[in-house]
Write a protein that binds this ligand. Structure first.
Ligand code: PLP
Ligand code: TYF
Length: 398
């Protein structure tokens, strides 16, 4: 039965982690997968998370199933984080949130929901985008199109082309936006550009789907929500797939959520029953632990302020590494201008390194970055910076 089955290609990002693990070079550096690392190169459990877990060990009294949509306290906490706790949408009951296994789980449920209830819709993603977007949407049979986003020469957002592409999107289609910290480029629209995009969405009549995997890694928790909150002033409907993998460091607990915003409370309730149906036929109900940790932290003043401090320190360390990287490259005699990297947001930057240079970094220097030239800046440390920049200087001068 299985003899005709061909091996699937490795995931371009997760496959790189496998290759990294097998590399025996003691000085190897992994700037591939988007995982935060501290100054020691470790991905530690946040203190706020440990403290919340200690409380849960004492207080948890059942491992019985959660409901399909997850716990109420978690779902309320997610909405407050996305919209701000006093937002009209919450007061008017126009949004419902389902706890999903990670941001990927949220995207998958969103994809099935779109396919089933907006069957004519094409979904549009930025060029470039996270490698898994296209695969998740295609796996449910959705048509995926792409809109202009990045200017590879100027290393900026090509906003004119983005507007021109999105002006072609017909009414009833879906457009995916990265809420902040665009993966892979590290370049986000400005507040004024978000306004223009939101007005365009309203004019064209397309449905925005926000993928919000890095809240707090750009400018701050509130600041990073500006894109989706600006849209909500113009568009009465939205889907939001958010992840707590990065901002709580809860990667392997698989914690995220899918939120639907509708024009009225009645429409939101009806649509949400269909979202629950998609969840039920996928994984029945979500895993409890990660969401219980997030709820404990978000609803307790002391844990919440500890978490916000820890998140700010992750954000600041990445920003420091951006500046140090640019300065160290210059100090190593690299003439090419890399200053754009210090202006970008979140974990990632598009370096502009070519596929050959990326291959040489891996083969000759045991430095792993994604084939597109995307760097995980969060994998840089003061300790690996000299070695990294010397290697980049070497491959650039080849
Ligand atoms: N969306 C983007 C843009 C991401 O970078 C990631 C990263 O993992 C995800 C979604 C998926 O999040 P999760 O790991 O919680 O499934
Ligand atoms: O882009 C990244 O590196 C992260 C982690 O299939 C990731 O979003 C990468 C690939 C993948 C799942 C998660």
């Amino acid at each position: 039965m299985f003899e005709h089955i061909q091996a699937a290609p490795a995931d371009p990002i997760l496959g790189l982690s496998d290759a990294f693990r097998q590399d025996t070079n003691p000085n190897k550096i992994n700037l591939g997968v988007g995982v935060y690392k501290d100054e020691q190169g470790a991905t530690p459990i946040l203190k706020s998370v440990k403290q919340a877990e200690e409380r849960l060990v004492d207080d948890e009294n059942t491992k019985s199933y959660l409901s399909i949509e997850g716990e109420k306290a978690y779902r309320s906490a997610v909405k407050a984080l996305l919209f701000g706790k006093d937002h009209d949408i919450i007061a008017k009951n126009r949004a419902h949130t389902a706890h999903t296994p990670g941001g990927t789980g949220a995207l998958r449920v969103a994809a099935e929901f779109i396919k089933k209830h907006l069957p004519e819709a094409t979904i549009w993603v930025s060029n470039p985008t996270w490698a898994n977007h296209q695969a998740v949407f295609q796996s449910v049979g959705l048509e995926v199109g792409s809109y202009a986003y990045y200017d590879a020469n100027a290393k900026t957002l090509d906003f004119e082309s983005m507007l021109a592409s999105l002006s072609q999107v017909p009414e009833g289609d879906v457009v995916l936006f990265h809420g902040c910290c665009h993966n892979p480029t590290g370049i986000d629209p400005t507040p004024a550009q978000w306004q223009q995009l939101a007005k365009l969405a309203s004019k064209q009549g397309f449905l925005p789907l926000f993928d919000f995997a890095y809240q707090g890694f750009g400018n701050g928790l509130e600041e990073d929500a500006i894109g989706l909150r600006t849209f909500l002033e113009e568009t009465p409907e939205m889907l939001i797939a958010n992840s707590f993998s990065k901002n709580f460091g809860l990667y392997n607990e698989r914690v995220g959520a899918l939120t639907i915003v509708a024009e009225t409370a009645e429409q939101a309730s009806a649509a949400f029953t269909q979202i629950k149906r998609c969840a039920r036929t996928n994984y029945s109900n979500p895993p409890s632990h990660g969401a219980a940790v997030v709820t404990e932290i978000l609803t307790d003043d002391q844990l919440r302020s500890l978490w916000e401090m820890e998140l700010a320190s992750m954000r600041q360390r990445i920003q420091e590494m951006r500046t140090l990287f640019v300065n160290t490259l210059r100090a190593k005699g690299v003439e090419q201008d890399f200053s754009f990297i210090s202006k970008q947001q979140g974990m990632f930057s598009f370096s502009g390194l070519t596929p050959d240079q990326v291959a040489s970094l891996k083969e000759d220097h045991a430095i792993y970055i994604v084939g597109s030239g995307r760097l995980n800046v969060a994998g840089m440390t003061k300790n690996n910076m000299e070695q990294l920049c010397e290697a980049i200087a070497a491959v650039l001068s080849k």
